[in-house]
Design a protein around this ligand. Sequence first.
Ligand SMILES: NC(=O)c1ccc[n+]([C@@H]2O[C@H](COP(=O)([O-])OP(=O)(O)OC[C@H]3O[C@@H](n4cnc5c(N)ncnc54)[C@H](OP(=O)(O)O)[C@@H]3O)[C@@H](O)[C@H]2O)c1
Length: 386
Amino acid sequence: MPRAFSISAEAIASERERVGDDLDAFDVARVIELGELTLPAMGAGDLRLRILAVSAEHNVDHAALADTMNIAEARGGRIYPGNSAIAEVVEVGNEVQRFSVGDVVITHCNGEPDAQGYPLRIWAYDQPDSIGWYAEEAVVGEWQVIPAPLDCGLNLWEIAAMPLRAPTAHHLWRRAIGIFRLKVSQAQRAQLNVLGFGGGVSELFLMLARHEGHNAIFCSGNPARRAHLEGLGIESIDQQAYNRFASRDDVRAFNKQVKSMTGGEGAHIVCDMLRGPVYAAGLQCLARMGVNVSAGWQLDTSCKYNSANLSVRQITVDHVHYETVDGANAATELYGKVFRPTVHEEIYAFEDLPRAMEEMHQNTQTGIPIVRVAEQMPDALKGLIP
Ligand SMILES: NC(=O)c1ccc[n+]([C@@H]2O[C@H](COP(=O)([O-])OP(=O)(O)OC[C@H]3O[C@@H](n4cnc5c(N)ncnc54)[C@H](OP(=O)(O)O)[C@@H]3O)[C@@H](O)[C@H]2O)c1
């Protein structure tokens, strides 16, 4: 039987009891448990995958902390997390058309598309009965995987960093630029000022903006990530220099810096991703007609605004979730050409996945954390392992 990580409501309750509900003392690694998994039976349209590598994702952090909701409890007491993977196809059902044994694929995490193709639910999070990919093997429907772009110029770890983050960045960008262009045409204003806060999704978002000729600014507290983005022509601001926007004076000083970097105008587009104190700073530094987008709510799930103030400035605040399946395919076309992600310096062993998640929670990593699941890699990937 393949091994798989899971999170149980019981383990969460026991860790919460240990730390007296103090989430700052909560150790995510203590609730992510390694066990064995009976895979679901293969259907005619299914594939069996051997997981090669996965990236650590924040929804697992939320599942372990049970901070936004207790998803393990809501799903019957246990979830099998992991919704970003690169894998080898080892078995195909009779009706599978697009894939054969030996193909290398990446996943998307759209668990159930709505009428427009957007996810009603996320795979391995709130999609009922979904089993995630922090496991040695998995069974998925053909519709859930995309051919891995092995000739895109990126190495295996860089490719593994993006199955969840790149579609999110792609969706955020097309929403943000689409909304802005509804208000201001290309003929009126070609080059925009685009700012993003922290994190792998924002980095990819800014790479899209830069690729399309806009001025891009990355505001992060992480020197390694800022240096990587500067190498790609993206300017940076140290978020720690503004105390992560702890006070109104910090927000004002940050706003002044953004204005000084944008000829007094401010940012036309802001990618927030965290809400909380970042949200106020992002709103303040917007130019007239600006658009604020976010697909994350790590620091707060609510946001307030003064409607009169935003109306007069013609500001739009948009709330985004994950991409459509078509959009995830389109994002994959941009691997290597536009998207060149930062990867954390340590590639974690499978057994160290809980530590990778805890270090992500502590925000001590230098890039996107990758876990190597398979020791034996397919021949097609041997040249892609640095
Ligand atoms: N809806 C979706 O489909 C979707 C998809 C992907 C991600 N998300 C969400 O989006 C958020 C970002 O994801 P990601 O994958 O880009 O994350 P990531 O690569 O792990 O980066 C997280 C970033 O959060 C920043 N951060 C942590 N604590 C902070 C604080 N107290 N104040 C300000 N910044 C802080 C860090 O920025 P510094 O570099 O400044 O330290 C870090 O770089 C997460 O909450 C995630 O759940 C949503």
